[in-house]
Design a protein around this ligand. Structure first.
Ligand code: DLL
Length: 424
């Protein structure tokens, strides 16, 4: 059986991809201009869809962000007739107004195809049992795994979030081969398995994402569950999990579905494209979505282009590095800038450390300090943690070591950073 879900599209040459993107982009800009919110955005900077001739011309068009979703809440950016909307998802965010993503029938098929490509890329086959552990609800995670599995023709176990002992029992009873999860939930399943002392003999493939996923964490989960682990990427605004791609078994970058999405990596300050290999903010245009295609959407995610060359797996689409963090997650403590993902990377490199940790930012009347709470097996001390982080990040946080199981567990995306104010 082919390793590709859609071999023609997944192996198009870069030249063919550029031509397809150019044609799709031109049509998209014309279509979006009929929407009052986009028209207003384009007019503000004097960008006219008719002036777009090549992908270089896109730089003249404005970027958009979550703010555009919020000011046009709930469906102001939707281009499809209301009667054609078949499903919606939304992400809550932290500022109150949610980001809403509507889907037409064609959008659901596009999502299903992107996800099916990911399943296939991970080595999943039609008929395999896939267990879906992100919640099937407004969060796109659960339904994305579902639509992709429908497109592939898999045996779907829509377990949704929570009740981990039941998840393990389901996997055992129905022979789950593929597990879809938010990264931190995969560690929870691992933990319950360890407590029970059992194994999941049929489980071979883990497709995890939604959170920063440090290479050392991947390694820990891979070993802990004894499976191959894939890093899947996507977001509400682009149409959900898997829309932006995943790494293949060569694990040499996230294959981004370029026939569906056009990406730029921009310098945050200048808004200019950075050279390949340099880190910047990922900006995405959705070329094939009917209801709500984003145009130059500033994702807030930091990454870099790893390669535009054909991968050893045969796929030709651009490859991006794993997401190192979000622009707004950067922490500055005692003059040192760092991202939570760097803390994760360093912590998971310490032998005996468990994948459950918290980064506490203590604010003592304006003076900030960091405390790391981390679970670890006997023998790992606060000093070990402090030394490792000093080496990795250049400053010395306090390290507090907890016994396995002592820190709180979450079912959705894990909150890793906490702020504590000591001001009276
Ligand atoms: O988290 C989609 C998803 C669900 C991806 C399940 C993978 C698995 P949102 O809730 O809209 O959608 O959050 C999107 O999560 O901008 C990134 O900051 C982060 N994110 C998603 N995937 C990854 C990943 C889903 N593989 C936001 N690595 C994005 C790092 C990720 N961060």
């Amino acid at each position: 059986m082919s390793e590709f879900f859609n071999p023609d599209k997944e192996t198009m040459s870069q030249d063919e991809l550029r031509a397809l993107q150019t044609q799709r982009m031109a049509a998209l800009l014309e279509r979006a201009y009929k929407n009052p919110a986009h028209k207003e955005r384009f007019d503000r900077v004097g960008a006219k869809p008719g002036d777009f001739k090549s992908l270089e011309d896109l730089a003249a068009f404005p970027t958009m962000s979550k703010v555009d979703f919020r000011t046009n809440y709930p469906l102001g950016l939707n281009l499809a007739p209301r009667a054609d909307i078949r499903e919606m998802h939304q992400s809550s965010g932290t500022t109150g107004t949610p980001v809403v993503m509507p889907y037409t029938e064609a959008d659901l098929a596009q999502w299903g195809e992107c996800m099916a490509r990911c399943y296939r890329m991970a080595g999943a086959n039609p008929g395999d049992a896939v267990q879906i552990t992100p919640s099937l609800g407004l969060f796109n995670g659960g339904f994305g795994f579902y639509h992709g599995a429908r497109s592939m023709g898999m045996f779907i176990i829509p377990a949704s979030a929570g009740n981990t002992p039941r998840q393990v029992a389901l996997a055992r009873t129905f022979g789950t081969r593929v597990l879809g999860a938010v990264v931190s939930y995969a560690t929870r399943i691992m933990e319950v398995l360890e407590e029970e002392g059992g194994e999941l003999p049929d489980l071979e493939i883990g497709i995890f994402g939604a959170e920063v996923f440090a290479p050392s964490m991947k390694e820990k989960i891979k070993k802990g569950l004894g499976i191959e682990v894939y890093d899947i990427y996507g977001m509400t605004e682009t149409g959900g999990v898997g829309t932006l791609g995943m790494d293949c078994s060569a694990h040499d970058g996230i294959h981004l579905w370029e026939d569906h999405y056009y990406v730029e990596v921009l310098d945050r300050e200048t808004g200019k494209q950075v050279p390949d290999g340099e880190e910047g903010e990922l900006v995405v245009t959705a070329l094939t979505r009917e209801a709500l295609p984003v145009i130059r959407f500033r994702t807030g995610d930091l990454t870099r282009v790893i390669s535009r060359d054909k991968c050893s797996c045969g796929r030709t689409h651009i490859r991006l590095d794993t997401i190192t963090g979000r622009v707004d997650d950067m922490l500055i403590i005692k003059g040192v800038n760092f991202f939570p993902g760097q803390v994760e990377q360093a912590l998971m490199e310490i032998p005996g450390v468990c994948p459950h940790y918290q980064i506490i930012i203590e604010d003592d009347d304006g003076v900030k300090d960091v405390r790391i709470n981390v679970e670890a097996e006997e023998g790992v001390t606060g000093f070990t943690v402090e030394k490792k982080l000093k080496e990795a990040l250049g400053f010395s946080p306090k390290g507090d070591v907890f016994k396995p199981g002592e820190l709180p567990r979450q079912e959705g995306k894990a909150q890793r950073v906490f702020f504590e104010s000591k001001k009276k």
